[in-house]
Ligand binder design. Structure first.
Ligand SMILES: Cc1cc2nc3c(=O)[nH]c(=O)nc-3n(C[C@H](O)[C@H](O)[C@H](O)COP(=O)(O)OP(=O)(O)OC[C@H]3O[C@@H](n4cnc5c(N)ncnc54)[C@H](O)[C@@H]3O)c2cc1C
Length: 500
């Protein structure tokens, strides 16, 4: 089938999926106002693969020789990493880094999982081919994917198999044709606009026979019978707003949904992990999918920071507050964030290592800087926009006011030193949407949690990090103090020196 056009993508979403929102069943997300903005944004991204940016966004498939999305590439050389990064950045810039789950996020991850097929084969016979075939199917057919990893928030003081209310998705039956799943998972971003979902493990499973029911991984269409998606309410504002009033919310509410499986059937060829608790606990660390996906997140973080820097600079210029030293200080904070992210990306590529599967994997330690640091950076950037915009963020009226009965007043009184009224209103509404709206609040939550619980992530980094050189270094320093102490002459000759 090859790379989708935006039109073909929109058609592919009219597949009988069950999306619930506000107490209703939505049958066509491409035409429902709560969903259509983001659906068309994804369509726009896919169209870019056929347009002026095609060279950056595509590469030649290793199996069919057709042009496919570059985010599916399994990098094997430094040139591959550079090429993939350029493609990721092109999409991230097109969405100002505000769409965490643009299709490249999953493409990068699934490509890494497909390459790691020996891991899956070892975990369960046949699963290696299944994983590789699915990754190829997604690459060759430009399948837009989401994933869902987390058991519902019921009782976090107990492990999943010990819950009193057993609501988490688990395998309830198997037969010659495949397995059957019932229960819920939370949450899946972009589900409403995806073709397929990767249902994978994330949190630690206890090595016990009871936990094995929850130990599975599979990839199925969003419209699989017995699968229902329950979406949160939209972030879109009320009916009177126009596009320029909420330019981010209108275009990029990628939505989040809980999924409920009701005896949903998964054929064996779509099962990637099965009843192997140990493999489920290791899948993110042993397949190098973690650092590969983190690269996409780091590129997106860079694009988002560059957007926030452009916004902050323009706000500061519009009323000339950039002449004040502390304002320059805040703007340079964002510049430092940008340079940090750029440096981290370069370091991750320069220090890339070859995985057991022959792919080049960006250095995970460098990428941890983004994982742990970017939520704080982004929240600070939003704060800086608020501090610079101040009352301007709530003083500007709706863009429609420029054509309303008070148009002459608005045209005159909403000018600033460096902006006319239309520019000032557009700029400050954009700033509002980036730092204060429901969309902005959800962006904060996304950055805090999209890659997992920051508390447990910090613990993971602590445990993974090679601490030995630092422990040995301190042993050496303490021994040195001991030797100098022994040599100390009371200060009369001033000597703590160990050499003559
Ligand atoms: C906007 C958004 C989009 C997301 N999109 C996706 C997606 O597309 N796909 C997907 O699979 N997931 C997605 N997630 C889910 C994300 O993976 C989880 O939010 C994350 O793993 C944390 O799990 P939780 O939300 O259930 O929080 P919980 O695990 O319930 O944690 C809540 C709080 O309790 C504490 N806590 C709970 N249990 C423990 C424990 N055992 N030890 C220590 N502290 C604990 C945590 O530190 C945290 O402060 C998304 C989340 C958000 C917010």
């Amino acid at each position: 089938m090859g790379m989708k056009t935006g039109k073909a993508f929109l058609e592919s979403l009219r597949d009988g999926r069950r999306i619930l929102i506000d107490g209703e069943l939505v049958t066509d997300v491409t035409r429902d106002p709560r969903f259509s903005g983001a659906a068309h944004t994804i369509a726009e991204l896919l169209d870019m693969q056929h347009g002026a940016e095609a060279e950056k966004l595509t590469y030649v498939s290793p199996t069919t020789g057709h042009k496919v999305g570059v985010s599916h590439m399994a990098p094997r050389t430094q040139e591959d990493l550079t090429r993939r990064r350029a493609g990721l950045k092109t999409w991230a810039d097109a969405t100002y880094g505000m769409m965490g789950r643009s299709p490249d996020f999953m493409n990068v991850m699934v490509s890494a999982l497909g390459t790691a097929h020996p891991f899956f084969e070892q975990a369960h016979k046949g699963c290696g081919d299944n994983m590789r075939n699915w990754a190829e199917h997604c690459r060759e057919n430009d399948i837009v994917m989401t994933h869902v990893l987390v058991n519902p928030q019921v009782d976090r003081s107990r492990t999943v198999e010990k819950q009193e209310k057993d609501l988490a998705a688990k395998v309830v039956k198997e037969d010659d044709r495949g397995i059957y799943i019932s229960g819920a998972r939370t949450v899946s971003t972009l589900a409403a606009f995806s073709n397929e979902v990767l249902v994978f493990p994330s949190t630690y499973l206890t090595p016990s026979p009871e936990a094995a029911d929850y130990a599975f991984g599979c990839g199925i269409p969003i419209a699989t019978p017995g699968v229902t998606w329950i979406s949160r309410p939209t972030l879109l504002p009320g009916a009177n707003a126009c596009y320029a009033d909420f330019p981010l919310s209108m275009r990029m509410d990628e939505t989040d949904a809980v999924v409920v499986f009701d005896n949903a059937f998964v054929p064996w060829e779509r099962v990637f992990l099965y009843r192997n608790v140990e493999a489920c606990n290791q899948v993110h660390s042993k397949t190098s999918s973690g650092p590969q996906a983190a690269t996409q997140s780091a590129v997106r973080a860079l694009a988002k920071t560059e957007f926030m820097l452009s916004l902050a600079l323009r706000i500061a210029r519009s009323t000339k507050i950039d002449e004040h030293l502390h304002v320059q200080g805040m703007l340079s904070e964002i510049m430092v964030f940008r340079e940090t992210l750029r440096s981290v990306l370069t370091a991750s590529e320069v220090n890339a290592t070859v995985s057991p599967f022959g792919t080049l994997v960006p250095d995970a330690n460098a990428l941890w800087v983004v994982r742990m640091g970017f939520p704080k950076m982004f929240i600070r950037m939003q704060e800086i926009i608020q501090l610079l915009g101040a009352s301007g963020l709530v003083a500007v009226p709706s863009y429609a006011e420029l054509r309303g009965t008070g148009a002459d007043l608005v045209d005159r009184y909403y000018q600033s030193a460096n902006s006319d009224a239309p520019e000032r209103i557009k700029l400050f509404r954009l700033a509002f949407d980036a730092s204060m709206s429901a969309f902005a609040g959800r962006q904060q939550l996304y950055e805090r949690y999209y890659t997992g619980d920051p508390v447990r992530l910090a613990g993971m980094l602590f445990n993974l990090y090679d601490k030995k050189p630092f422990q040995e270094r301190m042993d050496g320093i303490l021994e040195d103090i001991e030797r100098r102490n022994d040599a100390w002459d009371g200060g009369t000759a001033g000597s703590h020196r160990l050499t003559a």
